[in-house]
Ligand binder design. Sequence first.
Ligand code: WQD
Length: 334
Amino acid sequence: MSILVTGGTGYIGSHTVVELLEYGKDVIIIDDLSNSKIEVLDSIKEITNKTPKFYQINYLDKEKIRKVFKEHDIETVINFAGFKAVGESVAKPLMYYHNNIGGAINLLEVMQEFGVKNFIFSSSATVYGDPKVTPITEECEVGGTTNPYGTSKFMIEKILKDLYNSDNSWNICILRYFNPVGAHQSGLIGENPNGIPNNLMPYITKVANGELEILSVYGNDYSTKDGTGVRDYIHVVDLAKGHIKAMEKLEKEKSGLYIYNLGTGTGYSVLEIIENFQKVNNVKVNYKIVERRPGDIAICYTNPDKALNELEWKAEKGIEDMCRDSWNYINNNK
Ligand code: WQD
């Protein structure tokens, strides 16, 4: 039996593949390499001394997905594949809806055809929109998304709920990530987006190593501790381990639909991240305060209790690990 991981050469996907291989699972990756590199497979091999099967497939190509199901005995599918740049999604909504939702539907239809019902979905805290209360629990209202990327995640969650209501033999776990940062301690896999990073931590690392000149801090007039945005940053290895716990939950329950927030429960402001990064790595991060970024919210962090109580999972790594491992990865991969 194998675990099929879509987007498995990507940032969170590759870290999860490492954990799955070290857990002893047989892993098959499908990825179109649109936002990742084939060399990640070598890094996974170097870390685990194992090589997952790899198919360069876009999950919109249903026939090729079907072929993988025909050739392998798949027990569970973890779906990381999808476009994830918030700003790009505002400019190209059709591309985001077509790829993210169309790809997920393709995958689920082929799973249904082959009687594979265990599905773990990579969702996002962005489905909460601008939360009315913090910390956020899984019972908080969803759907107030402010960009097509977030809306695509919300719509796939809706599809999964309707699918489960139509057929209770499905066994689905929706994982809502907060802000993934950091890298595997080996420095062999991590986050290295193409072009100018959208997200805070990859931008900070490129300013610290001189690739970019200065960090723009998007607003310091939010009602937060120092006026800058507060987020729940979670180490990507903790996030990957959360997927192992979700897989074990599905193995235990056999059917159901389960939703968990994966975050630390602690919020840090932008200025606190900069301060921690400089202290831990003994580097300088030049920054300037500029206008707010459209669509940004002030505060977003989770109440992590449900994942602890039901998955026996909680984040173990702190902000220092996140800053140190992010910097280590970038220096290992200049
Ligand atoms: C974090 C904070 C910014 C960049 C988004 C998606 C989420 C997930 C992570 C995919 C905010 C500030 C940022 C910069 C800054 N995406 N910032 N200068 O927007 O919380 O979440 O990315 O999985 O689903 O919604 O993350 O890292 O972009 O921003 O001041 O150059 O850093 O204003 O307060 P965000 P982010």
